[in-house]
Design a protein around this ligand. Sequence first.
Ligand code: M6R
Length: 612
Amino acid sequence: MCGIIGVTADPEVYGNVVPRLVEGLKLLEYRGYDSAGFALVECGTGRLVVLKDKGRIDDIVEKYRVTGYCAATGIAHTRWATHGAPSRVNAHPHMDCSGRIAVVHNGIIKNFAELRAMLEERGHRFQSETDTEVIAHLFEEYLRQGLEPLDAFRRLVSVVEGAYAIALIHLGEPSRIYFARNVSPLIIGLGNGFNAVSSDIPSLLPLTRRVLALRDGEYGFIEPYKVYIEYRGRPVAWSERVTHVAWSVEAASKGGYPHYMLKEIMEQPRVLYETYMGLLSSDEVQRAASLIASAGRVFITGAGTSYHAGLVFAYYMATVAGTPVYAFIASEHETYANLFDSDTVLIAVSQSGETIDTLQALRAARKRGSKIIAVSNVVASTIPRESDVAIYTRAGPEIGVAATKTFLTQVLALTLLSLEVARLRGAVSESMYSESVKRLADSGRKAGEGLERSSRQVERLVGLLKEVKSMYILGRGLGVPLALEAALKVKEVSYIHAEAYPAGESKHGPIALVEEGFPVIFIGADDGDMRDRLQSNVMEMKARGAYTVVVGSNAYSGMKGVDMYIGLGAFDELTAPYAVIPPLQLLAYKLAVALGRDPDKPRNLAKTVTVE
Ligand code: M6R
């Protein structure tokens, strides 16, 4: 939700930072894209130049000829509106009354109304409706009161309440960027002759791979040759916390594809293999499994796609490991709070490692003494950092707003975890365990095969579905969480209503919507176990005039009443997600493109949701 970036450099060594800011901001665009802006300390004149507007970054850069400016220090922002509608005036950066201070912010300042009232009483004039603007005026107010800039910033941090990642510049110290983090993520990128702050790692990759993830409550400043961090008024020794990220700049680029989403779908064969190899050569899964095996109760939580991965885990834990797992949507964690205790393990699934709902569920469980396992794609992000064991997927940066490759890598990691628990609990024999683990080496190949086998029919299906307003996606057993994930993808990027539920539920209500031509996609996520029962559901739908599609293994070919069968090869429940999900992701992507939507930036969405 909103992306911020700031770079300050020694101009002799590094030159103009403006192209870097633009490049970095574009890599943050997935976090919000209703408006964007830049604040630059202009070379030569030393003026503070603010260029901002409603709309996409590229358009704003062109309209205001941003790359024609030169600066050694600058901050920038891409917005996902919370307080105040998208407009030029509400776009960040925001300034103080004097026009010498500019600030960008991600998050929500909870006490902004009272701060604003207090500042207005003291004569400050506000331009926007945003909560953010109070930060610029508050800093101005403390400077007016005679505080030194660092003291003023320190005071500001002690006064503002809520979630924030802040970057602030002022003309009194033109090569310094003040920053602060609470809840909303903020990363420092360390360089030679420059330093940077940003909401995430991929946007820093064109600059550096040496990064430092700030912790809640930390604040300070960067200069071209200095990083200073404090926590509650005391300097923080941070050098031990610097990480070298393995991701390359290419990993954060489109690599010749028209959209990130398509690139990320197509990358799945490779990243699944990399995740598999990475997890087999580390002890993350074993450590997590021993926590689970000795726990009285196991919960798994996440939001959106990550929650669906949690449902897949709960399925395998029930059917393979014989262990009940309670899966819940992270924002509903309060319902379960009374059940968390020291005999509980909570698994928090989050590709970004920053989703606020998941983080709050984690903190609620931790407070009651539960052990926490994180499954994340971002090393050193908040959720894994606050967990007892972190399992990392190796999907590389995911830029498209719709989660694709991170879903299947989460599923792979969680499947390995369920097998390990099954082994520890004696629910599977050693030989069955090793045979299953070995078969998962094929997950990437299954994904590639699924995409290849389905490509022609997916095209045909797009032709039919792009005309409809609504569809059902149904499954049984493992097919249910896969159907939920497929429906979420279709909704998110194509804006066509897609509803998923267990196929057996059709006759308990939803079938009322079915009329001539209503599309119903059935998922056969096994080697035929569910075929007979799914067959009855197909017939029920067909009898009401539905257009029926079956997406499944070879075992689902030749069913009666099926208008289109998309055969994805031979697989069983263990490898089904890898074969079934990529073609459905591709369907969602192609529907979006056919309907003229931007699949990388669906309306109203942001990739990482750091506000409640
Ligand atoms: O970063 P996280 O995995 O915690 O994100 C959770 C959800 O916000 C995310 O999966 C969201 O539903 C995506 N838009 C799904 O495509």
